[in-house]
Design a protein. Structure first.
Length: 159
């Protein structure tokens, strides 16, 4: 949030023996649109327990605002690595699914018809089934949302 402050000062110096001084301050916090995109759902433990399990992983982002959000330059990462998103826009109230591999995702969800972005590689370095974290950052590197699961409680216990 970027606070905007307004300070007004009034001083009366009339020929009276006492001077009055009034200061009024108001701070209005204005949230940025990016602060509201959330990690809505994660698939980290695929039913495919083979060598390419990480290619079945995915996450869903949700935009609860009434404005379009462009994710160009945003990153999604786990505790080890991150991936940068290209030119992608989430509509107001819309969802975006980020997948490691489109073909693997569609094997499990063949009737999916929503907005989908393929990374072409595992999310981060692959999401650990026992526990991991996801961190969504805007193009400026600011944390927009984060979550952890399993034996990784880092988001619940920030440094």
């Amino acid at each position: 949030m970027q606070p905007a402050a307004t300070v007004t000062s009034t001083r009366s110096t009339a020929s009276t023996p006492t001077a009055t001084h009034t200061t009024v301050a108001s701070v209005t916090a204005t949230p940025t649109a990016a602060a509201h995109v959330v990690i809505n759902e994660v698939e980290y433990n695929s039913v495919h327990a083979n060598d390419d399990e990480a290619y079945y992983e995915w996450l869903e982002l949700y935009n609860p605002l009434a404005v379009f959000i462009n994710l160009r330059g945003w990153t999604i990462g786990d505790n080890t690595a991150s991936d940068t998103l290209g030119e992608t826009t989430i509509a107001p109230g819309g969802l975006l699914v980020i997948v490691a591999r489109r073909v693997r995702f569609l094997e499990n969800y063949p009737s999916f018809s929503g907005l989908l972005v393929e990374l072409g590689q595992p999310i981060g370095n692959g999401l650990a089934n026992s526990g991991d974290r996801l961190i969504l950052r805007d193009a400026g590197g600011h944390v927009i949302d984060a979550m952890s699961y399993g034996n990784d409680a880092s988001v619940l216990s920030p440094p």
